[in-house]
Design a protein around this ligand. Structure first.
Ligand SMILES: O=C(O)Cc1cc(O)ccc1O
Ligand SMILES: [Fe+2]
Length: 467
């Protein structure tokens, strides 16, 4: 049970801990049928309803479904119609009509939260992505900037799972399984199909969203690390049953279906699930609980689970062994101890594409310009690495690098094997940092044919060749 920080109104949400568990929860005693899933008459006169997150026939290890026992079934609504007003900035199919590709390094300054009343749905906008929600393969990366709670409506994403990373402002999320309070520094997964409503108790709010089509997030394998470390299953928190019975004329279900919003009216709250059980559930995780593993002698390990400073919290797998559709990776506070090693991220080109965001603090590879709430995108094989200031400062103190602690920072990466296409409004945004490339242009040659590289002195280009 957790008390919301800064909230003296009492407990807002109660949780159950674990990842991938078969949870069960009831808000009224005896509301959960215990002998079978689908009794002829459910306790309290409830309706039984299943939500399936995988095909019925998916292997048992991957199979995800939950049984919801509710006052009225979710089918009790008028027909869906395209929502008016529509939403022009959501994409779930990435092709030449919706988005474009560029290999250039991209960086965005933090977006301002709009002054006009904007809720989570209207404040959501797609940055980039790959594949198609219709074909059940791919992902979209969105951001949101909003200032007001959703009122009289619930959102349902038929396209994929949302992994939300708030950067500013708490999210009070009511779901069919119960409530979740998510603060900056935490993340939350709202799986495909669940209805939810987001309240913004702190007003101006913004953050990042990864959406995966056709698969779900799972914990990565630990390999030689052993049975413990990285994100611990018990630190994942799922809601407990919570319901309201309200006559609510004009309540709207807003369904994202193929990137388009549809609306359907009903006269009651969809948060009418009195009891539920199953392993298909929303959940949250506090990133500071992550237990990173890292280099203890030399070199900057590869950004992989075993050796990197870069360790996936969650991974959405592709069909290729060891290759992610989308990894969620964090760069948490930790000790750097490597000897005679360039400790920041190395310069690199990667067949995977890297979208990064910063929740708070500064990121070790960028002395300037990568700000909390901002973002960067380095697509497949696009070169990138530390900016000039970081490089020069690192080699200037190379001789006496003591163990040091990176503190007060939380950066993250959505890393994918599918190459993203970028939405036009993201490319044309006034927040695009047109001078991003300048952060590397100043990297000068330290090359010297004759011995040790010149580090602090001035460098004179030489026409001599070394052989
Ligand atoms: O590009 C980045 O900053 C992310 C990153 C960090 C790191 O430590 C190694 C590789 C990598 O892509
Ligand atoms: Fe990188």
């Amino acid at each position: 049970m957790e008390k919301p920080a800064g909230d003296d109104s009492g407990l807002w949400a109660e949780y159950q801990s674990g990842f991938g568990n078969h949870f069960s929860s009831e808000a009224l005693p005896g509301a959960l049928p215990t002998e079978q899933n689908n009794p002829l008459l459910c306790p309290y006169g409830l309706y039984a309803e299943q939500i399936s997150g995988t095909a019925f026939t998916a292997p048992r290890k991957q199979n995800q479904r939950s049984w919801l026992y509710r006052i009225k079934p979710s089918v009790t609504h008028e027909p869906f119609h395209p929502r008016v007003p529509g939403h022009k900035h959501l994409v779930s199919e990435f092709n030449q009509l919706t988005s474009s590709a560029t290999p250039t390094q991209l960086r965005w300054k933090p977006a301002d939260v709009p002054d006009a009343p904007t809720d989570f749905i209207d404040g959501l906008y797609t940055i980039c992505g790959a594949g198609s929600s219709f074909l059940r393969h791919g992902y979209a990366i969105h951001m949101y900037a909003a200032n007001k709670s959703m009122e009289g409506c619930a959102f349902c994403n038929a396209d994929g799972d949302f992994l939300i990373v708030p950067q500013k402002g708490r999210l009070l999320i009511t779901t069919e399984c119960g409530k979740l309070q998510v603060s900056p520094g935490e993340m939350v997964v709202l799986p495909q199909g669940f209805r939810f409503a987001i309240n913004l108790p702190d007003g101006p709010s913004r953050g990042y969203v990864a959406e995966v089509f056709g698969t779900h997030f799972q914990l990565p394998e630990l390999g030689p690390i052993g049975a413990n470390g990285l994100a611990s299953p018990r630190d994942f928190l799922a809601p407990t049953a919570w319901f309201e019975e309200s006559f609510h004329p004009g309540y709207t279900i807003v369904q994202k279906f193929g990137g388009q919003l549809f609306a359907a009216k009903q006269n009651f709250s969809p948060f009418n699930v009195v009891a539920w059980h199953g392993n298909y559930v929303p959940y949250k995780y506090d990133l500071i609980k992550f237990c990173p593993y890292n280099t203890v002698l030399v070199d900057h390990g590869d950004p992989s689970i075993n050796t990197g400073s870069l360790t996936p919290v969650l991974t959405a797998p592709s069909d290729k062994l060891g290759v992610a559709l989308l990894d969620f990776v964090i760069f948490p506070p930790r000790w750097l101890v490597a000897e005679h090693t360039f400790r920041p991220p190395y310069y690199h080109r990667n067949c995977m594409s890297e979208f990064m965001g910063l929740i708070y603090g500064t990121y070790e590879a960028k002395a300037d310009g990568f700000l909390p709430g901002g973002a960067s995108l380095h697509s497949c094989m696009t070169p990138h690495g530390p900016d000039t200031k970081t490089y020069e400062a690192t080699i200037a103190r190379a001789e006496d690098a003591e163990p040091c602690r990176i503190s007060g920072t939380m950066a993250f990466m959505f890393e994918s094997s599918l190459v993203p296409r970028i939405c036009p409004w993201a490319l044309e945004s006034p927040n695009v940092d047109a001078d991003y490339y300048q952060c590397w242009i100043g990297l000068k040659s330290h090359f010297s044919c004759n011995g040790r590289p010149e580090v602090n002195g001035s460098f004179t280009p030489s026409s001599a060749s070394c052989d």
